[in-house]
Design a protein around this ligand. Structure first.
Ligand code: ZN
Length: 362
C-alpha cells in the first residue's frame, strides 16, 4: 500500500463509520449502542494497524528519494566546480553511492518514523475518545429531553438524527488546532503523512550533503510560491557549523513549511560564489523576517490564481461526492465527467441538478 492508497483507506473507513452511526436503528437500546461503539473502535484499530505498517515504508522511500536527489545535485555541482581541496573532498564522497544503512541516515530515519507514529497514535486515541463521548453525551442529552417531554414523536428517529449530526460535526475529531479548529482523523492523518514524507525527503538530501562535506544549502522554491515559502526562497542556510553573516538551520528551518510544500534544498559551496553572489546572499539573510510577505505583486497574483483553481476543483469534487451518494447510478460516472457536465452547463447538467435537489429536499 502506498501513501495515496492509505489516505484513500482513511476516507473509506471514516465513511463506513458514519454509515454505521446513521444506520443503527435504536441507539436508546444500550446493547445496540455498545455494539456500534465496539464496531467503530474495531474499524479504527484496523486502520491504525495498516497505518503503522505503511507509513514507515513510505518515509523510508521518501528519505531514499532525498538521497538520490542529493546525489544528482552533487554531481551537477561538481561539473561547474573549480579545482580546490573542497572540490576534491566532495568529489571523493560523491563517487560512493549513498548507503541508507549508514548511522547518520538510519538515526535520522528512525527519529522521523517514531515521531510520525507517535503523532498518529495520539490522533487515533483522540478519535476513539471523540467517538465514544460524542455518542454517549448526545444520547444522554436526548434521554433528558425525552424524560422532560421536550422531545415528542418517534424517539428512535430523533435520537438517530441527533447522534448522526453530532457525530458528523465532531465524532472523529483527532486534533484540535491552536485556533480551536477540530480536525477529523482523515484530515489530520493526511496532513501529518504529507508533511512527514516531505520532511523525510529533505532530511535525506541534507544528510547526504553533510556526509559529502557540504556545509551550506540553498532553499529552492518554485516561482509560484505561497506567502510562507516566499520568505525562505533562495536563502542560504548553514547545515553544519556556523558562518558569519549566515543563519543556521536552527534559525531558518529547512522545508517543508506547510502541508504540500514543494520547497527543497540544493548544495552550495561558499568558496565557489562570486563576490556579487556572496553579497546578494548576505543581503537576503540580513533582510530575513519571518513575519513579512516579501513576494512581488505578480507572484502574489499568480499564487492566488493557482489557489483559486485548486479551491474550485476541491469544491467540485465534494459536490460530486454528495451527488453520487444521493443519486447513485443516476449521477455522472466519474468526477471528470461531472466536471465537464457542470462546466458546459447544458441540458444534461440541468436535469441531473434538478434530480439531485429534489432528492436532497425529500
Ligand atoms: Zn508554501
Amino acid at each position: 500500500m502506498n501513501l495515496e492508497q492509505l489516505l484513500k483507506a482513511f476516507s473509506e473507513v471514516l465513511f463506513s463509520v458514519f454509515q454505521q452511526v446513521e444506520s443503527t436503528e435504536d441507539l436508546l437500546n444500550d446493547k445496540q449502542k455498545m455494539a456500534l461503539i465496539a464496531s467503530i473502535i474495531a474499524a479504527l484499530d484496523e486502520l491504525q494497524a495498516v497505518t503503522e505498517q505503511t507509513l514507515p515504508e513510505e518515509l523510508t522511500s521518501a528519505y531514499t528519494a532525498g538521497l538520490s536527489e542529493a546525489q544528482a545535485a552533487l554531481q551537477e555541482l561538481l561539473t561547474s566546480a573549480p579545482a580546490s581541496p573542497i572540490t576534491a573532498t566532495i568529489a571523493a564522497a560523491a563517487k560512493l553511492k549513498p548507503v541508507i544503512a549508514n548511522r547518520i541516515h538510519l538515526n535520522a530515519l528512525n527519529n522521523l518514523i517514531s515521531d510520525t507514529l507517535a503523532d498518529l497514535k495520539a490522533a487515533f486515541r483522540t478519535a476513539r475518545e471523540s467517538a465514544i463521548t460524542t455518542i454517549n453525551d448526545t444520547i444522554d442529552v436526548v434521554r433528558l429531553e425525552i424524560a422532560s417531554g421536550i422531545i415528542q414523536g418517534n424517539h428512535n428517529r430523533v435520537t438517530a438524527k441527533r447522534v448522526a449530526k453530532a457525530f458528523a460535526q465532531g465524532g472523529l475529531t483527532s486534533f484540535i488546532t491552536r485556533d480551536g479548529k477540530r480536525l477529523p482523523l482523515d484530515v489530520y492523518a493526511s496532513l501529518v503523512a504529507r508533511v512527514k514524507t516531505r520532511q523525510a525527503q529533505v532530511t535525506g538530501a541534507e544528510n547526504r550533503y553533510k556526509e559529502a562535506g557540504v556545509t551550506t544549502v540553498r532553499i529552492f522554491e518554485n516561482a509560484v510560491t505561497c506567502p510562507v515559502c516566499a520568505k525562505y526562497r533562495n536563502m542560504i542556510v548553514v547545515i553544519s557549523g556556523s558562518i558569519p553573516g549566515f543563519k543556521t538551520k536552527n534559525e531558518v528551518p529547512l522545508p517543508p513549511y506547510h502541508p504540500n510544500c514543494r520547497g527543497t534544498i540544493r548544495p552550495v559551496v561558499m568558496d565557489f560564489l562570486s563576490d556579487a553572489e556572496l553579497a546578494e546572499a548576505k543581503a537576503l539573510t540580513a533582510a530575513f523576517d519571518p513575519g513579512k510577505d516579501n513576494r512581488t505583486p505578480a507572484q502574489r497574483k499568480a499564487y492566488a490564481k493557482e489557489q483559486e483553481i485548486r479551491r474550485k476543483a476541491r469544491e467540485e469534487t465534494k459536490y460530486y461526492e454528495r451527488m453520487k451518494a444521493v443519486l447513485g447510478d443516476q449521477a455522472p460516472k466519474t468526477v471528470g465527467a461531472f466536471r465537464r457536465m457542470k462546466r458546459s452547463n447544458g441540458k444534461g447538467w440541468q436535469k441531473v441538478q434538478v434530480e439531485y435537489l429534489k432528492a436532497v429536499r425529500e
